[in-house]
Write a protein that binds this ligand. Structure first.
Ligand code: SAH
Ligand code: SF4
Length: 376
């Protein structure tokens, strides 16, 4: 009772403002609530309201005393990323331009899908969200439109979580049951492993059972190859799946396409990190490989890719390059893509061709570059 009474008094003067409430776990929230003299159960209650009920303001949490809601409004401001642009493609893909609290913008993509059986009957629906971890990207891959922005800043855990809550809200996807069929890919703007702590914190929040309740097995994090973080990620409990953007099979070419290659120890260090990565019983590591006509799409490239993967439980996602203005590459011919895939499969390496999604609205891989932003 004492704590309940304390809750109704004004917050103590020394209580500090809460930073980034959407990025906090129930225990973090309970500790903050404790600083206000509130009982610990408020932590889980607030977490559930923010992450599962998806309230959009403190005032909507009816279970909290009104005084508590007023304190929170003053001490813990937050908001979801605002929809500043919505670009829908014919295939159902929607690219969102989202504005963060400080006016910076990032992009997130909604990718609906239907799974068909052998007779072509729709079996079930599947939804994937592609979200951003940084505004822009510092890695400077030569084929990627996001690279042209440079790095504006890294996102907080709450800003990463906020993209998911925003898209769930826009598409009427419920937490829990809906969450089970929701796939999440950290493949939007930015290099997730250069914002490691916030990315992992967002994963913990999004997979918590009292919140959106996503399954870690349905989350994939894609990295351009930050080798020390690959090792660290491998040691995380309940970690998501890992995808590594390989894109070339010689150091000379990878250096040219992805200038971070040498500083990360080259292909040898990347392959060693991939080999040391502890995989679950049915898990495979994913190599992503952007096919650039006449640059990395020959059968010799495919053979080197297979050799590099020998003994590794890996699969390859082939992505035909998506064009962007003033980027000096060409998409591979469909024949070259098919031949490359056949060569990998003949070497025993599972290979899939990623279907391009939403190209005409700049929603496809490597195209997120704030197209359609209106200057303010
Ligand atoms: N920064 C992370 C995740 C985002 S990029 C990473 O690089 O892994 C997601 C994927 O899109 C990467 O595999 C990248 O190689 C690929 N990509 C970048 N630009 C592309 C383009 N123009 N066409 C096709 N794929 C591209
Ligand atoms: Fe950054 Fe990934 Fe684009 Fe490279 S491909 S510049 S790491 S977003």
């Amino acid at each position: 009772m004492e704590s309940r009474r304390a809750e109704l008094r004004t917050a103590p003067q020394h209580a500090e403002a809460w930073e980034d409430p959407l990025g906090l776990m129930p225990d973090d929230l309970a500790a903050r609530a404790g600083e206000f003299g509130w009982p610990r159960f408020r932590g889980r209650q607030i977490f559930n309201a923010l992450q599962a009920q998806r309230v959009q303001s403190w005032d909507e949490i009816a279970a909290l005393p009104q005084r508590a809601r007023q304190h929170l409004a003053a001490m813990a401001p937050w908001s979801w990323p605002a929809v500043a642009g919505r670009f829908a493609a014919a295939d159902g893909t929607v690219r969102y331009l989202l504005r963060l609290g400080d006016g910076e913008t990032v992009e997130a993509v909604y990718l609906p899908d239907e799974i068909f059986d052998a007779e072509g009957r729709a079996l079930r629906r599947r939804t994937t969200f592609c979200i951003s971890t940084q505004a822009g990207c510092p890695v400077n891959c030569q084929f990627c439109m996001t690279a042209r922005l440079g790095l504006k800043r890294s996102l907080t855990a709450g800003e990463i979580v906020g993209q998911v809550l925003r898209l769930m809200h826009e598409h009427g996807i419920a937490a829990g049951a809906g969450g089970e069929r929701l796939n999440l890919v950290y493949m939007g703007m930015g290099e997730p492993f250069l914002n490691y702590a916030a990315v992992m914190q967002s994963v913990r929040v999004l997979t918590h059972g009292a919140g959106a309740g996503l399954s870690p097995r349905r989350i994939t994090i894609s990295t351009s190859g930050i080798v020390d973080k690959i090792a660290r990620f491998g040691a995380e409990p309940n970690r998501p799946r890992l995808a590594i953007s390989l894109n070339a099979t010689t150091d000379e070419l990878r250096q040219r396409l992805m200038p971070l290659n040498r500083a990360q120890g080259g292909l040898a260090a990347l392959a060693a990190a991939a080999r040391a990565f502890p995989l679950g019983p049915r898990e495979r590591l994913t190599w992503e490989y952007v096919l650039l006509a006449g640059v990395n799409d020959s059968l010799a490239d495919a053979r080197r890719l297979a050799a590099l993967s020998a003994g590794l439980r890996a699969k390859v996602n082939l992505i035909a390059w998506n064009a962007g203005p003033e980027i000096p590459f060409a998409p591979p011919s469909p024949d070259a893509v098919a031949a490359f895939q056949r060569q990998l499969r003949a070497s025993g390496l599972p290979a899939y061709v990623r279907r391009p999604r939403g190209r005409e609205v700049y929603a496809a891989c490597g195209q997120l570059s704030r197209q359609g932003v209106v200057a303010e």
